[in-house]
Design a protein around this ligand. Structure first.
Ligand code: FMN
Length: 192
């Protein structure tokens, strides 16, 4: 069975509306993929600082970071679920990427530029936003970032399921939006 890596960055855990959308989509994908979940909340991550950087320059990477990098490299598909925080993604998810987006593992370089080494053909990003900011708006800096990272890793396919205005819509409307996002994601899952 092919492998799917689910990076769950829904920091609010069971309170998360993003997670309510992502979980049934991943559940459906589990009929075709062996799913491995990395829950960012459980990883207890510290930002990359000078020591980490220096060790890395000397070719020393923690076993943990190398293990995460290899999971990203070898996954056939990747799903990332994260809320929209400070116009982008939660810092802990950014930290996770800085720790395990590794030269020589997830990407490499020739004498001109970088290129990806990851196996996945497709990455699905699932998110919800507080304000009425749609995917593609200049203020929306999460999707372009995840898309650019997928490019760095060599992943060509990119899908997004996003809903917005969740901090302002009445609960009834939010429930409808969650339902329609799940439906959209389940349709994507058919061919993902
Ligand atoms: C720390 C924090 C930062 C946030 N920053 C933004 C923001 O910059 N723009 C925005 O539209 N919503 C922002 N929000 C609102 C969330 O994007 C929104 O509530 C989202 O639906 C949360 O997803 P969740 O229910 O999966 O946690 C923020 C919420 C939190 C807790």
């Amino acid at each position: 069975m092919k492998k799917l890596l689910y990076i769950d960055s829904c920091i609010r855990g069971e309170l998360s509306r993003t997670k309510r959308i992502a979980d049934p989509i991943v559940e459906k994908l589990s009929s075709r993929y062996e799913v491995e979940t990395l829950t960012i909340n459980d990883l207890n991550l510290a930002p990359v600082q000078f020591d980490e950087y220096s060790r890395r320059k000397d070719g020393i990477v923690s076993d943990e970071a190398l293990c995460w990098a290899n999971k990203i490299k070898n996954a056939d598909r990747i799903v990332i679920a994260a809320p929209f925080w400070d116009m982008s993604i939660p810092a802990s998810l950014k930290t996770f990427f800085e720790l395990c987006s590794l030269f020589g593992v997830t990407f490499d370089s020739d004498d001109k530029t970088c290129f990806g080494l990851c196996k996945a053909e497709n990455l699905l990003f699932i998110t919800t936003r507080g304000m009425a900011i749609k995917s593609g708006y200049p203020l929306e800096q999460a999707t372009p970032y995840i898309k650019a990272l997928a490019w760095l890793w060599g992943i060509k396919g990119f899908e997004v399921v996003a809903r917005d205005n969740f901090d302002y819509l009445p609960q009834e409307e939010i429930e409808k939006e969650i339902e329609s996002a799940i439906k959209e994601g389940l349709e994507i899952a058919e061919t993902f």
